[in-house]
Ligand binder design. Sequence first.
Ligand code: FAD
Ligand code: FES
Length: 340
Amino acid sequence: MSDPSLLALRIQEIVQETNDTKSFILDPAQKLDYRAGQFLTLVFRKAGGGEDRRSYSISSSPVLDEPLQITVKRVANGAWSRWLIDSARPGDYLYTIGATGFFVLPEKPAEYRQLVFFAAGSGITPVFSLIKTALHTDAALKLVLVYSNSSPERTIFHDALLALQQQFPDRLRLDFLFSGLRPLRRLNVSIVENIAAQYGRDTLYYLCGPMEYMRTISIVLKTSGIAEHSIRKEIFHIEKPAIKELPPDALPHMVTAVIGGITHRFEVQYPATILQTAKALGIPVPYSCEAGQCGTCSADCLEGNVWMWHNDVLLDEELAAGRVLTCTGYPVGGDVVLKI
Ligand SMILES: Cc1cc2nc3c(=O)[nH]c(=O)nc-3n(C[C@H](O)[C@H](O)[C@H](O)COP(=O)(O)OP(=O)(O)OC[C@H]3O[C@@H](n4cnc5c(N)ncnc54)[C@H](O)[C@@H]3O)c2cc1C
Ligand code: FES
């Protein structure tokens, strides 16, 4: 792929983690900076022309002497996860727009003394990076992982997590829930309520797993008194809502977008969003899900107002600081200036 905005990643090694999941150890053509919990958006060229984008959380830790790694689960009928698992080989190249994401450790670690992670299946991928990083960077932090799978054999990083627990016995508590072994243990409301009662409000909660799983945990945490801003979620399965709310102002407005020091000016007219307009004009804007769920397209709104038809990723404090999503965003009430 000859697009200069993409970074080439050579697959150095492929590790079979479980029957349907592999880790890919990657050698970037240039240094790639990332934070624990972030993901890479990969760009795949389609045989008939055009491209597809898929995001994969980074399972290595940026603070350990580890090579860059992603971990991919094969999705039945999935276009690119099947290619990665069934066909990709060491020596092949992947291409990325870089690392991004808000599922990261707190900016000020002293705010929280305890982190609780709820993960299911491949949802462990960013969580594994967060846990390794937190254990090695802040000796005062205590961590709990509640991790749901059907059996130990199908549990990604099972042995590596046990090894971490042996290394940090006073700081890492592991609770494996196996739904396919007797006694059957599935995550339920009372497990979440007990955790919320035990660890309370000064704890930061991280959720990554199927949509319904995260929805249930989130509702139970909130009804147990945990504030929305203390719950971080990473959504893997993008659902694009069929019906979109209309913006309060559907008039055309100018957008000035500063991307990597270069200024672009273009008019955005509903129903095209800021991202759709920029893409149509060939402006190199970052994006992945195009549904307000991953954060790859986020920008700082320096002037004016952006209204979003969907936002599953930016927290209230990020919105208050002027962070917006371009994939679901429209300029409203006048022109806007964005720094992307
Ligand atoms: C921020 C983010 C981080 C992610 N991190 C990881 C990761 O670390 N490891 C990983 O394996 N995946 C991860 N994903 C999911 C990944 O991006 C792809 O969606 C997934 O690999 C399926 O892509 P595909 O091309 O194979 O399937 P597609 O061709 O896109 O989809 C085929 C079918 O599978 C369904 N489907 C798509 N994704 C999923 C899913 N995740 N679970 C169940 N059904 C699905 C679709 O609705 C469709 O019916 C992440 C997604 C996001 C947004
Ligand atoms: S591209 Fe995913 S939130 Fe906009």
